[in-house]
Design a protein around this ligand. Structure first.
Ligand code: ASP
Length: 327
């Protein structure tokens, strides 16, 4: 597998950290997706482990709960032969900045090569990247970005549809609070897909059209002719006040069921980043339908994408070169 080895002057990714999709070029995104493909193959083989990151330390620093993302980063690091440490930090808003910087400095003293960070505040991961020496991967910061989720979504779509350019993708639900939506909008637009957003007005950020997307309030109209329907979780933990009249009402207008999906193309596929609220934003039986739902495949692609990200961000280290630019 040629792409697993070190090829001098071919890092394909000039950045020191992965803080977001915004600012990445189509070539850089394609490079990460192509590299991820080789890790899908490795993960499906009997011997899943390489020693590419032997002697390197990856710390998963999570200020917010996570199952999929944390586990898949852990598995990704271990499959690459790194030592992986998981740290979950209880988050108290009283201690905010102090806790973040203190924790960063403490961990920095342990010389991690990569810090994978999830934090409830948008921008916190970037702040941390300015304080530490290792590479930082944003594993989700508030409602800002979740770059590895968008990459795994893109890999899943590309494998099934053969391309990203020219596809029509509807992202539906709680756009306002979703870092997954933001990262996906950046990625899909950069790669030449058409993005439609559909949500009740209360769950759409103002002036979102400026991101080059089409906005809909009617789910059936939004889904007409779509290739991919990406559902989002209603993020009640980020809601202060009432954003939807009731769960029943929400499902009636914005929950994905077979009837609404019939407006999309006959071969349209359904995605969800998880964790799912079954019966709230997606019909449970549809979520489990292996002919229409890519949800399990998304989880598999998550490990491969995270292996690719750990690989590229440590290439300069492994070659003893100065790190990439500080973005
Ligand atoms: N797991 C995704 C995230 O961390 C989506 C979600 O939580 O709804 O943003």
């Amino acid at each position: 597998m040629a792409t697993l080895g070190l090829r001098p002057h071919d890092s394909g990714f000039p950045h020191r950290h992965l803080l977001g999709i915004e600012g990445l070029s189509a070539d850089q995104i394609s490079f990460l997706l192509d590299l991820s493909e080789s890790y899908v193959a490795l993960s499906r083989s009997e011997q899943k482990k390489t020693d590419l990151l032997r002697g390197r330390t990856v710390i998963n620093l999570f200020f917010e709960s996570s199952t999929r993302t944390r586990t898949s980063f852990e598995l990704a690091g271990k499959r690459l032969g790194a030592d992986v440490i998981n740290m979950s930090v209880a988050w108290s808003s009283i201690k905010k900045g102090e806790t973040l910087i203190d924790t960063a400095m403490t961990l920095n003293a342990m010389h991690p090569d990569v810090l994978v960070v999830r934090h409830p505040d948008s921008g916190a991961v970037k702040l941390l990247s300015e304080k530490v020496n290792g590479a930082i991967i944003n594993a989700g910061d508030g409602s800002h970005e979740h770059p590895t989720q968008a990459l795994l979504d893109a890999l899943t779509i590309r494998r099934r549809k053969g391309r990203l350019a020219g596809l029509t993708v509807a992202i539906c639900g709680d756009i306002l609070h979703s870092r997954v939506a933001r990262s996906n909008v950046h990625l899909l637009s950069t790669m030449g897909a058409r993005v439609r957003l559909v949500a009740p007005p209360t769950l759409l950020p103002t002036a979102i059209e400026r991101m080059g997307v089409e906005v809909f309030f009617d789910m059936r109209k939004a889904l007409e002719g779509c290739d991919i329907v990406m559902m989002l979780r209603l993020q009640t933990e980020r809601m202060h006040g009432s954003f939807v009249p009731s769960i029943r009402e929400y499902f009636r207008f914005y929950g994905l069921d077979r009837e609404k999906l019939s407006a999309a193309k006959d071969d349209a596929l359904v995605m969800h980043p998880g964790p799912m609220n079954r019966g709230v934003e997606i019909d449970s039986e549809l979520a489990d339908d292996i002919d229409r739902s890519l949800i399990r495949e998304q989880v598999e692609m998550g490990v491969a994408v995270r292996m690719a990200c750990l690989d590229v961000l440590t290439r300069s280290l492994r070659r003893n070169e100065p790190p990439g630019d500080s973005t």
